[in-house]
Structure formats: structure tokens, C-alpha cells
Design a protein around this ligand. Sequence first.
Ligand SMILES: NC(=O)c1ccc[n+]([C@@H]2O[C@H](COP(=O)([O-])OP(=O)(O)OC[C@H]3O[C@@H](n4cnc5c(N)ncnc54)[C@H](OP(=O)(O)O)[C@@H]3O)[C@@H](O)[C@H]2O)c1
Length: 334
Amino acid sequence: MRNLQVLLARYPDGPVTTDCYQFREADVPEPADRDVVVRHIYLSCDPYMRGRMRPGPNAFKLGEPIPARVVGEVLRSRHPEYQEGDLVWDFLTWAEYSLAPDGKQLRKIDPALGPISNAISVLGMPGLTAWVGMYDIADATAGETVFVSAASGAVGQLAGQLARVRGCRVVGSAGSAEKVDHIVNTLGFDAGINYKTEDLGARLDALCPDGIDVYFDNVGGATLDAVLSRINRGARIPVCGQISRYDDPDAAQPRNLHRLEAQQATLTPFHVANHMDRYDTVIPQIAELLRDGRIRYFEDIVYGIDNAPEAFIQMMRGDNLGKRLVRVGPDPTI
Ligand SMILES: NC(=O)c1ccc[n+]([C@@H]2O[C@H](COP(=O)([O-])OP(=O)(O)OC[C@H]3O[C@@H](n4cnc5c(N)ncnc54)[C@H](OP(=O)(O)O)[C@@H]3O)[C@@H](O)[C@H]2O)c1
């Protein structure tokens, strides 16, 4: 059986290109005592992976399969807690199969909760990120004005809807007319801005005439600067990500940070990895909101492991509408 793996071939200088990757055909691993072999079904593409594609202590290793969250099915198990056919997710690699030594930290997926891909999207890391930022950190409150950037993406689409659930007025920004239409007419945001074609500052003035109470920052850069000059007293800015800077970490820093002091506002960078203790409390609540139809969630799935590099590159430049995943094998629940 073929086990195609995607390796990091070189660290990119600027935007990631396909020649940063290479493919390797390996054997399907053999399990030793207590090991589990996982057949991969869905691989995740996440922006943070770009940060690990540069030399440093957390860098992905050259010549090795790219680490990523994976949903899969147990192919062979020599571990008493896992049976063939169990559906699981874990940090594995961009590959068709991998070995989870001693079961690693495989978590079982209950297919009754929804599509199994949700375990690495709305009912996984991106879902927890949106909740922690919007509720635990910003504590968005009814009647407040909330702005979300990258609003149609994996985290942004949920962050905005969670604010709507709390009774906030929610404005989002995204990079195409289709995305803006989607967040307003399908996800129920109050308004949207196409930051690529519209004057962001002028549109924020028009759509947030009473100022901004919460800014869920996914992008940093010019968007953060534009928001800082429009924040209200006591505003909260959970800094989830800075994707506009990932290809150019030396890009200019925001000039309007002095507005935080003037408005007694807080800017809180956070990392979901430091909030995993919230997982078992938060994920069932997101599942309930989905079940009740109070929120919706969209995944954007590319097919075939050969397409994983391009799927990631497209996501980084904004071609995804929703959480970008790569399906690399049959999903037995479909
Ligand atoms: N703090 C944490 O623990 C944590 C966890 C997960 C994610 N994050 C961060 O959250 C952010 C969103 O991640 P995600 O997984 O939800 O990805 P995503 O939004 O599904 O995909 C990335 C999106 O970023 C937007 N983008 C790319 N370049 C941009 C630029 N120069 N300016 C503005 N927008 C740009 C694109 O949408 P447009 O078409 O709208 O430009 C693209 O679709 C990222 O910054 C990521 O690093 C942080």
C-alpha cells in the first residue's frame, strides 16, 4: 500500500510556493506493542504552519513530513484502547498513514456529533479559538459593536456568529465580494466590508458609527491600525492572529497603539494551546449551538494529498471560503 507523505523541502522566503514541498513514497508503518496505525482522512491547513516554516526553535524540520492535525480511522491497533475502525483525531502529519506510538494522544470522534471533519474545525482547534477570543477574553456583551477580520475563515466565521448569539452588532471584513455576501446573507453578520476593494476606514466609520467595542483580530497590520483609531473606551481586542504579516515578519508595526491607553482598552494576544483546559467545556456548547441551528459552519475541502501544498498556499492567499481541509482518503461516514 502506498503511503505518500508531504515533506518540507525548504523554508520559504516570502509567500509559500509549491517548491517548498516535496513528496515521498514511504511504507505503511508496522505497529509494535501498544502502537496504532492511522489511515488519514482529513488533513488540516492552518495559517500558524507558515510561522513554523522559518528557521527557529519551533521550525518544522526539513526533509520530514509536515506536522498537522489529522482526522483518521484506526487501520491496525496493538493498543487495548483502540479498535480497528475507530475514528480519531490527533497531531499527526501530512501523509496517507502514520503511526501513533502508544496511541499517542489519539482522541476518539463521535460521528453522531456531526461530520467527522468537524473534529479539526468547528468542534476542534479553530472552534475553541473563536470561543476563547470572543467569550473568555473579549466577553462580548449584548448591544456592543464587534468587528471581526478574516470573517469568512475557519475562526472568523464562528467568532462573528458567537458575538451575534450574545446579541452584539457584528461587522466583518473579508477579501472578496463573495465572502462578504456569505458572511452577511448566510452567516447573519449585520454588515461586511471587502477590505481589498473598499476604503476600510471610511466603511468602518459608516458601519460602526458608535465606535468599536470588540475587535477580534485575525490579520493585524493596516486593519488593526484602522480599528485602533475607532475603538471605544474599555474596548477589548483579542489578538488571535496577524496573517497579513506572516510572509513578512519585518512589516511595519501599527502606529495607533497609543489609542489603547487613551481609551483604557486592552489588546490581548492569546494562543489556543494555552486554553486547552477549556476544551471539554466549550466544544459541547458549540456542538449544541450547531445542533440548534443558532450557528452555521462551512468547511472548504480540497481532494487528494497531491493537492495539499496548493491547498495551503491558496488558503494563505485567501482562496478558501471556510475552514480549509484536505481529504486524502475515503470518509466512512459519508
Ligand atoms: N491564537 C490562536 O491560537 C490561533 C488559532 C487559530 C488561528 N489563529 C489565527 O487566526 C487567523 C485566522 O486563521 P484561520 O485558521 O481562521 O484561517 P482562515 O481565515 O480560514 O484563512 C486565512 C485567511 O486569512 C485572510 N488573509 C490572508 N492574507 C491576508 C492579509 N494580508 N490581510 C487580511 N487577511 C488576509 C484570507 O481571507 P481574506 O480573503 O478575507 O483575505 C484567508 O482566507 C490567522 O491569523 C491564524 O494564525 C490563531
